[in-house]
Design a protein around this ligand. Sequence first.
Ligand SMILES: [Fe+2]
Length: 310
Amino acid sequence: MIKVEDITWVRYRAPDLKLMAEFLADFGLQPVASTEDKLFMRAYGRMPVAHITERGPAGQIGFGLKARSRADLEKIALELGAPVERRTEPGGGDVVTVTDPDGTRIEIVHGLEYPGPLESRAAFAFNPKNARVRYNGTVRVKSAPSFVQRLGHVALFTGRFAAMKSFYTDVLGMRVSDEYYVGPSTNVMATFLHCGLDDEFVDHHTVALIGNGRTGFEHCAFEVTDLDDVMSGNAFLVSRNRWTHSWGIGRHVEGSQIFDYWRDPFGNKIEHWTDGDLVNDHYQVGRKEFSPEKSLSQWGPSVTQDFLDP
Ligand SMILES: [Fe+2]
């Protein structure tokens, strides 16, 4: 087993890179580089690239995970019989490319070069009752795309739930945060996995698995600056009058994020979120019965058919 400590980028395929770039710019990502066949977009945070699209029939290819150390990278190469290769894409570094049991491409990387964060806006200070912090100050929100800070997680459909869970936990060292079952409590159909780094606090889930018989991405999710950034980013995307909203704004149960889901021009679900839970390996694992009404959100509009559709 190795340890991975973060998710790096998602990699899709699409027939029209210009259209993808236009959507992602409105979503709040920034261009890094583009060639005839590849589009590289980044967030405002330190990761050199967060979203990669390759020209081709619309689809999903996979995602990257950051190995905790060089030794972890070499270990996974040995365990899975894949070479350590030099990356030639933005960020450089070394990569071991493997596939999970569903055939999703996983790029395990180490030694990325970080270009430094882009200039963003600071999170607004909130003035909740009994915890005032903003005095002689104001909040002024500009109409603009969200200031997307980083890729946070992917959720994957799977028809091989046990094999997929075993791959992400036994091979990549992830740990269960929460799970859902349907029918008997042994019939677990969804699991939320965090990077297992012992005492270190990480996102509640970096990978979520949903065992509904399909394969592929259910969605990918990007962390924005704060609550205003979710709301104003939504207003900006609505104002463009050319993109498809999927579901939101609401607050999730598992992970607690305030969320807003959109569809990219090729039908992929993509999420803005803020205010997620941080957990470590001492988190009390939850196991509950799944309910579409209660398990997906604590407040917000009822779940939409678009969100439930793959
Ligand atoms: Fe999500």
